[in-house]
Design a protein around this ligand. Structure first.
Ligand code: ATP
Ligand code: MG
Length: 448
């Protein structure tokens, strides 16, 4: 061996050979793959590129589940992908991708990435071990596989011969129902702390056990989530709570101390309230969301945020009332406080916070049952969501059973019976203006 073979330049890291699982030895058939994904795979192949199905779809099919979407990996560069498909758009700065559109279905095509900066073209931007941008392209699965997060997500279905390429023991992990991060977990979470959330999401959604090495850094590295841009966390929070497994996912996030990095004020209210009302309200809201999704009923993130942020909202509202502000003003001030503090962590778009605010504001009006406006309330665009939220609060233990029952009947009754119900309501106490700092009337505080 001559000396120069020992220079770092020539040292090729020892990487295991892949395990190739031929078509006859795995269960994935083309009939289970979206026709559009197949179209993209074949067109790439016929144009002389490599093309693989990768990520969640291969994982889900091996687990016997129906994939949510189909992601493709190729050696074609994004611009080359665009040349092949007229229905293609390039997206993402941090991670450039091609989206091929077929009506409502989008097939995501990612060019292989490489870990070798010197050889490849493109750019990678790092900061304190965190990957801010990764557009260094590679030319093979062998290069691409190491940048993927979990072994179960790093399996490649080859359109050339329908085999599965496995460099990381992903098939064995799937068989063992195990979620394992590729490489050194501490380094991989530092590269991208969102992987902490992805670990919990996949484990709970797919019923996988998290490998002890993958789990160990959770609590220690949780604070890194606070460095993630709030808009990216919003996307991730939706995946956590709108994936039909919100309740177990939330429980795991709390168990590992990660929830508080996403929702610090909610976490504080939960800790303060012990296992009481706030905790029941959240669990109930998430269980309802899961049930609705499994029944194919629509869910809105606005309702979810209304429930999640309700405990700190009630605290802030009581605080402002305690400082002498009237109920409606206190409610407005509390909403501003809670939403602006939360937006610093998880950027909730205005189109959702607007609806969340309406659901909150209507709570007070539903509780009041003012005879003059009760009928109009039924036609309010947010009446149904606000009514559902009222029921949720009652289920969690707020003393609102009578009020819920009244609104349930009021909706069902005919015009004449409604008139009767209104006439039986006790006349409303005139709202008196209080001086700031004045003593609070007994019972003036909002029902939790
Ligand atoms: P889902 O069922 O939620 O779509 P998925 O595994 O397909 O699950 P995507 O977010 O669609 O997840 O990403 C596709 C693939 O890209 C993943 O399977 C994984 O290989 C890779 N990937 C995505 N995000 C990351 C990340 N933050 N770090 C490393 N690899 C990632
Ligand atoms: Mg996917």
């Amino acid at each position: 061996m001559t000396d120069h073979t020992l220079t770092t330049h020539n040292v090729v890291p020892l990487r295991p050979a892949p395990r190739i699982i031929p078509r006859a030895e795995h269960c994935i058939s083309r009939a289970q793959i979206s026709e559009y994904a197949l179209k993209v795979l074949y067109r790439l192949k016929n144009a002389g590129y490599q093309a693989y199905l990768v990520g969640g779809s291969v994982r889900d099919l091996l687990l016997g589940r129906r994939p949510k979407d189909f992601d493709i990996a190729t050696n074609a560069h994004p611009e080359q992908v665009r040349e092949l498909f007229k229905n293609c758009r390039l997206i993402g700065r941090r991670f450039r991708l091609a989206h091929v559109h077929f009506g409502p279905e989008i097939i995501e095509v990612a060019t292989f990435r490489s870990s070798d900066e010197a050889e490849a073209e493109g750019d990678r931007v790092m900061e304190d071990g965190r990957i801010l941008r990764d557009n260094v392209y590679g030319s093979s699965v062998e290069e691409d596989v190491w940048r993927r997060d979990f072994t179960a997500n790093a399996l490649y279905y080859n359109i050339e011969d329908f085999s599965i390429v496995d460099y990381v023991g992903g098939v064995a992990d799937i068989q063992a129902r195990q979620l394992r991060l590729i490489g050194n977990p501490y380094a991989r979470y530092r590269e991208d702390p969102v992987r902490l959330l992805r670990a919990i999401r996949f484990a709970r959604k797919l019923g996988l056990t998290i490998h002890p090495d993958t789990e160990r850094p959770f609590t220690e590295l949780g604070p890194l989530l606070e460095q993630i841009p709030s808009a990216r966390l919003f996307e991730e929070v939706l995946k956590l709570f709108l994936g039909a497994h919100a309740l177990p996912t939330y429980e795991a996030l709390r168990h590992y101390g990660l929830f508080g990095h996403l929702f610090p004020d909610v976490e504080a209210a939960l800790v303060e309230g012990g296992d009481g009302y706030a905790s029941r309200l959240l669990a109930q809201a998430l269980a309802n969301t899961d049930r609705r999704i499994s029944e194919d009923k629509p869910v809105t993130p606005a309702f979810l945020f209304a429930a999640l942020l309700w405990p700190p909202l009630v605290q802030r509202e009581q605080y402002h009332r305690g400082h002498g502000h009237p109920p409606l003003v206190s409610m407005q001030m509390a909403q501003d406080d809670v939403i602006s503090r939360q937006a610093a962590r998880v950027a909730i778009p205005r189109r959702f916070t607007q609806v969340t605010r309406e659901i909150w504001s209507l709570q007070w009006r539903l509780e009041q049952r003012a005879p003059k406006s009760a009928l109009r309330m039924l036609g309010h665009p947010r009446f149904r969501a606000a009514y559902d939220f009222l029921l949720l609060r009652a289920e969690a233990g707020a003393p609102l059973a009578d009020c819920c029952d009244w609104w349930t009947r009021f909706q069902a009754e005919n015009e004449q019976a409604r008139g009767q119900m209104l006439s039986e309501l006790p006349s409303q106490p005139r709202r008196r203006k209080r001086r700031p700092g004045g003593r609070r009337r007994a019972g003036a505080s909002h029902t939790p």
